[in-house]
Design a protein around this ligand. Sequence first.
Ligand SMILES: [Zn+2]
Length: 454
Amino acid sequence: MAKIKKAFFCQSCGFEAPKWYGKCPSCQSWNTMVEEIISSSNHIQSQQLEQITYQPFKPINIQDVGKVDFQRISALDSEFDNLLGGGIVPGSIMLLGGEPGIGKSTLLLQIALMLDKKILYVSGEESAEQIKLRALRIAQKNPNLYLYSETQTQEIFKQVKNLEPDLIIIDSIQTVYSDLVQSASGSIAQIRECAAEFQRLAKSTNIPIILIGHINKEGEIAGPKILEHIVDVVLQFEGDRNYTHRILRAIKNRFGAQHELAIYEMTEAGLHPVTNPSSLFLSDGQDIYSGTSVAASMEGARPFLIEIQALVSPTVYSVPQRTATGLDPRRLNMLLAVLDKRLGLQIANKDVFLNIAGGLKINDPALDLSVIASIVSSQFDHLIAPKFCFAAEVGLSGEIRAVHKIAQRIQEADKQGFEKIFVSRQNAIKELKTQQIQIIEVAKVSDMMKLLFK
Ligand SMILES: [Zn+2]
């Protein structure tokens, strides 16, 4: 009989320890260590894997690397393919994370129905009938899609051997369990073991595997960070369930660019790729209010325009409120300090609310100038012309600094019909083919304010 082994696991980072700690020695979180049963036997493990045809990787001469490109499988969805850097790499293991109900299963089911490949869709969440019902709403039909309701990895491996699919989808990693670990499914020990088993399966058979992972309330892929280390690609769904658009971001990608993103629109018939994202995040320009300006942002390799809204109002509290939605609050505080010190803006006793329209989360210093313009616009109740756009970072002394990929930002604003774009003088834009946009180079925040609010 197998001896029962126990260990403590940090629920936040997956750190394993033989004894309990109040504070995780690895990620320093408090009260995250939980005892779980593990009873792993390497002997059974290796037997299990031998049942599957084993194709070990061989060392490659450095001169041959890159000559043979991976025979990527195109998902037939240009947004998804671009996000991955050209398609799904055989033998790769991918994690698709997101909050429950955001559209993870819909997207993968859609891809499974679109592909002309043999696909095994394993669901521990829904029955085959429920999946069929959802599939009926999607226009595409793949006669080689196999649905399988199973949660035990050893059973899944047997079916993989019988069916020999071209792609495996596991919905979700939190519902599957391995016989080799005795703790409940969804526990750290189980997730870690199952992910490792799937990784070995992918590497040994060359079948790509996509794992769906639910995200917990802290916005992290539920369970361990350890999962992110095991897989080759981590894609994460962002966006608010209250909006129709969904943003899929590549957080990690061993085969392509990181921080690339794809934008989808949720409809009755599934998720549709959005090819002109700027149109999604800008209002139609019918009603103009003070405190609103447009920033030319860059996410991954893609430029798009977003609307930044600010509201400045006298506080009723002893400590004024500062809220930033979609933007780092520390960045907002820094910009407010710059406004206070360099422009003499009396803002210390005001509440400041900042919002990026459309539920986007953006970490791009080029938004600074637009944030500052919005705050000043709200403070003095002066409108900013709707066809003005901003792209520059602001430094602590109020200087306007250059940002990367300025040409793409300007071209996107030009394409969207903007009249003026404010950029840093340091960017030194020389020859740039634009249709109509006027490029205004500014050096200091105070100079820009004179130009904006004469
Ligand atoms: Zn930890």
